[in-house]
Design a protein around this ligand. Structure first.
Ligand code: FRU
Length: 496
């Protein structure tokens, strides 16, 4: 019976999506090669998995409006994480434990067991007590149609954890046992709770994996925990820590005691539009990371989610990135090399001497392109390099590489007449004589990778087609750019 309720809800959603998709698909602000939902609102990536020879991406999805509300799990498959085929909605609110009208099926993860695909997700209910969050399971034999487990919920909030701060299970398998970590709160501070199971259906509390003394906020959304190199990494989007959208901790984990002790911490992406990332291991054994390219209204720099709601949609994902652990135990991430398939042959300039008058660069149509260059620090004596992207009509996204102060910023106060805020990060200058910069620009986003992805800024920009200039200028001296490579990036047709 309850299975029928969900199938009805999915049927209704699919009819709505089919009706609205054609108009949304041709809207001017749609991304050209980044992942988006077919229409409506999307936020977190969920259940990322390589299953039966294909990449499956699920995502937080409200098909009915371009604003967050009743959460479904959208679903799409791909062979290369660039060309996507949208599949029917995988989960819709239908049960007493997940049918909060302003909630529904919240974030979670996926795992394969005995050939079947399991989704672990947070159900949100409202029985007159606000958001009641529990962890739940749905399973599929074909990777397309899912049934919710009759034994749901499989985990309820433990004593001392408020029921509206208990969500986003991330599951993994180790030596025949299953583990999951989820975000929670205790005594007003963020904690990550670790659970254990032998069959994925019956779970017992194992340990508090990791906790905040307050310095890391009052809740960790979408925690992820995984081995990388010879270390363990904990990633989360913390609530209540200023401008930080996603932080990471590198350390050691003990399976005997379920404790994690970190020695290194950092920021995964310093931009304003990188939230709730999820990682997974792909067919080539790479650890990939994908995030929602946006932010929440409680972030200090937040203005709103941009004007795409007028086109009937909102939200995209960052380009999938390969996550790596560096020797100094910091993390870096770079775009997947599959992207090459969308690039044209490109152009190359061996060297450009940048002074205090503007030099223009050209890359593709100035909107959908990759631009890479190296800053030769041995010959550059300027205080800073200014790089303006999406220039036109007196507007631009302004990036500053400040060599004197060893910091970098990306400002969008005058980028599109809509967005606000400037992101700031250190500029890694100490280890080398040169600095590599790679920029991915799409219709509504810019991602900047510095020093092999040690520093990344991801920012949305809602600029018109006339904003297609790229300009560089040095201040108080000169900057030498070498090995400047540009490629146009082809638009990917959406398949519904
Ligand atoms: C993070 C988040 C999650 C929650 C989901 C709801 O962006 O707030 O904690 O599960 O979004 O859509």
């Amino acid at each position: 019976m309850s299975q029928e309720i969900m199938q009805d809800a999915i049927g209704t959603a699919q009819r709505y999506i089919a009706e609205h998709t054609p108009e949304v698909a041709t809207a001017p602000m749609r991304q050209r090669y980044h992942f988006m939902g077919p229409c409506g609102w999307i936020n977190d990536p969920n259940g990322l998995i390589y299953y039966r020879g294909q990449y499956h991406f699920f995502y937080q999805f409200n098909p009915y409006s371009a604003f967050w509300s009743q959460m479904h799990w959208g679903h799409a498959v791909s062979n290369d994480m660039l060309h996507w085929t949208h599949l029917p909605v995988a989960l819709a609110p239908s049960e007493s434990y997940d049918q909060h009208p302003q909630g529904g099926c919240f974030s979670g993860s996926a795992i394969e067991k005995d050939g079947r695909l399991y989704l672990l997700y947070t159900g949100t209910a409202n029985n007159g007590h606000g958001f009641e969050q529990t962890q739940n399971i749905a399973v599929s034999d074909d990777g397309v149609h899912f049934s919710k487990y009759e034994g749901n919920p499989v985990i309820e909030p433990p004593e001392g954890v408020p029921h509206d701060f208990f969500r986003d299970p991330k599951v993994w398998e180790h030596e025949g046992s299953y583990y999951l970590v989820c975000g929670a709160q205790k005594s007003g501070k963020a904690v990550a709770l670790l659970y254990r199971s032998t069959d994925l259906l019956h779970w017992s509390f194992f340990n508090v994996l990791f906790e905040s003394r307050g310095e890391w906020g009052y809740m960790w959304e979408c925690p992820d925990f995984f081995p990388l190199g010879n270390k363990w990494v904990f990633i989360c989007s913390p609530m209540g820590v200023g401008e930080r959208t996603t932080v990471y901790f590198v350390g050691d984990f003990d399976y005997e005691t379920g404790t994690f002790v970190y020695t290194v911490t950092g920021e995964l992406d310093w931009g304003h539009d990188f939230y709730a990332p999820q990682t997974f291991v792909d067919a080539q054994n790479r650890r990939l990371v994908v995030a929602w390219a946006n932010a929440w209204d409680w972030m200090p720099f937040w203005k709103d989610w941009g004007p795409t709601y007028r086109e009937g949609w909102c939200g995209s994902f960052c380009i999938p990135r390969v996550l790596e652990l560096r020797e100094d135990l910091t993390l870096s991430m770079m775009p997947i090399e599959e992207l090459s398939a969308l690039k044209d042959e490109g152009n190359q300039i061996a060297q450009l001497q940048v002074g205090n008058s503007i030099s223009s660069l050209s890359a593709g149509d100035g909107i959908s392109y990759e631009l890479a260059f190296t800053i030769d620090l041995t010959r550059s004596d300027a205080a800073w390099l200014e790089l303006n992207l999406r220039c036109g009509s007196g507007r631009a996204l302004r990036c500053r590489f400040d060599f004197a102060k060893a910091n970098m910023s990306v400002g969008r106060d005058n980028a599109d007449g809509w967005s606000e805020g400037t992101s700031h990060s250190p500029l890694p200058l100490t280890e080398s004589d040169e600095l590599e910069v790679l920029i991915l620009s799409d219709q509504s986003s810019v991602e900047i990778f510095v020093d092999g992805g040690r520093i990344v800024h991801s920012m949305n920009i809602f600029a018109g087609q006339d904003q297609n200039g790229i300009e560089v200028k040095a201040h108080r001296g000169e900057v030498y750019l070498t090995d400047i490579r540009t490629h146009s990036i082809r638009t990917v047709a959406e398949v519904f």
